[in-house]
Write a protein that binds this ligand. Structure first.
Ligand SMILES: Cc1cc2nc3c(=O)[nH]c(=O)nc-3n(C[C@H](O)[C@H](O)[C@H](O)COP(=O)(O)OP(=O)(O)OC[C@H]3O[C@@H](n4cnc5c(N)ncnc54)[C@H](O)[C@@H]3O)c2cc1C
Length: 260
């Protein structure tokens, strides 16, 4: 059977694509997901301190605002709940097949059909193929000699295990990217000793996070235009910061290469 489209991934990208396709009149969709639940990034990541780094009014679908974000930068669990809400509201679950790992795809030019191969199952065919597999969904342990035989516990943040007791123990965090910045303040007070390994210094600015007062949440719910204004204002500031940051970084890079 040839479906209208095959979408690989059920994160923000895959669900957004499915909603857009449905609006265009394509209803026969198959969404393949190797995990056993939807949400992508916000499904697999459950480590302490997980939250968005982009204000939540902006980090959400423009057509499905959530007036009830508890904080300016919502915690990860709220993002997962939002993904579930979107899937229910737009009736996406009926398209989803969980525990299905797509391993490859081929295009038949004559038949104009994509055939997507899956692990341990029959191939799936569609007129369109959309890969929404994310760029941060593949956990990778660093190639550190001896890591396989390390006697202690090794935890990757995408496979966080709350049953591992941290209290009073000695631990090391490898890396100081956005995830480490969220994780370290949460676990440090629980540990007896924490060592952080940083290969490359990063730029860090204070996160001006705050709870969204319930009164404001109610206003957003009653008058959605107010949240749209907040979103647009926040997005404009964010774009300006990003663009100026990228330009400055490029200039610094060019200056360094001029120095040889
Ligand atoms: C901890 C963390 C925090 C982040 N915070 C922010 C933030 O604050 N702001 C921001 O803009 N971005 C943030 N990001 C980036 C985030 O990944 C994107 O914002 C967004 O969630 C990506 O959505 P996606 O649907 O493209 O990919 P994902 O959410 O990664 O979803 C991809 C899905 O595809 C599935 N998949 C992959 N390969 C296959 C396959 N072969 N077969 C079947 N299924 C497959 C995966 O299991 C996954 O469910 C963060 C990322 C991480 C990891």
């Amino acid at each position: 059977m040839v479906h209208d489209a095959v979408i690989v991934g059920t994160g923000f990208g895959g669900m957004g694509a499915a909603i857009a396709l449905r609006r265009l009149g394509f209803d026969d969709l198959v969404m393949l997901e190797r995990e056993d639940d939807l949400g992508g990034t916000w499904n697999v990541n459950r480590y302490p301190g997980l939250a968005v780094d982009i204000p939540s009014a902006t980090y959400s679908y423009s057509f499905e605002p959530n007036p009830y974000w508890s904080r300016l930068y919502a915690p990860g669990a709220e993002l997962k709940a939002y993904c579930d809400h979107v899937a229910t509201t737009y009736d996406l679950r009926r398209h989803m097949r969980f525990g299905v790992n797509a391993t490859g795809a081929t295009w038949d030019e004559q038949a104009k059909v994509w055939t997507v191969d899956v692990e341990d199952g029959d191939p799936v065919q569609g007129r369109f193929l959309l890969t929404a597999t994310g760029f941060l969904s593949q956990p990778r342990l660093p190639d550190i000699e001896g890591i396989d035989s390390f006697a202690g516990t090794v935890l990757h943040t995408t496979q966080w295990d709350d049953d591992v007791a941290l209290e009073g123990r000695r631990a090391a965090v490898i890396g100081t990217g956005a995830t480490a910045v969220q994780l370290i303040p949460e676990i440090a007070p629980r540990l007896a000793e924490l060592t952080v390994f940083q290969r490359t210094a990063i730029w860090v600015t204070p996160k001006s996070d705050a709870a969204v007062p319930e009164r404001l949440q109610r206003l957003y719910a009653r008058v959605p235009l107010t949240q749209r204004v907040a979103r647009n204002a926040g997005s404009a500031v964010l774009e300006a910061i990003m663009v100026s940051g990228v330009l400055r970084y490029r200039q610094l890079g060019e200056a360094r290469s001029d120095l040889g």
